[in-house]
Design a protein around this ligand. Sequence first.
Ligand code: FNR
Length: 189
Amino acid sequence: TTYNVGYIIGSLAKGSINRKLAKALVRLAPDKLNMTEISFADLPLYSYDYDADYPAVANDFKAAIKGSDAILIVTPEYNRSIPGGLKNAIDWASRPYGTNVFKNKPTAVIGASPGAIGTAVGQQVLRPILGFLQAPQMNSVEAYIQMTPDLIDDDGNVSVPGTEQFLRDYMEAFHQHMARVLTVLPRDA
Ligand code: FNR
């Protein structure tokens, strides 16, 4: 079986180290995973005032998630939490009430930081959000990546063989996670 995996990058920065990490993960993913970026860059700030008439950009964002077999979130840690843009995007995806597209969606979280904690704290903030939205999360492998300047180049090539293998194993674990989840849960919420 081939799976369509959407990936969301938590950073909007042009020089995002998490975008570099995502490029590496796309490169190292098993052949059975078709990886497509889902961008939240054009979403306005969410308010439930929009619920009666969702903007096209938000419907498109939700449709991209709904149409994916699984979602990978590659995110920085900002102020010991997740970036506001990512939280805003998840809020859009969760509403109007009853149309949460994360429900039953296999998910995995990974992130990179220049610091040794490697987004560990930010990821712990994201987990209860995905839990509340009933997205079955991969509990392990955990992946807290400390990004050094030469670790991953702009094309997603990883310079340290041990890290490259770790990221490959991470994507294989995610592959197995989605295969398990999709065996027992319907694809659509
Ligand atoms: C950071 N950074 C950061 N790093 C970290 O390890 N823990 C943190 O809590 C924070 N907080 C934080 C807040 C804000 C507003 C910014 C802009 C940055 C540093 C951060 O890890 C670094 O800028 C990375 O490059 C962010 O990843 P992207 O955006 O380059 O993918």
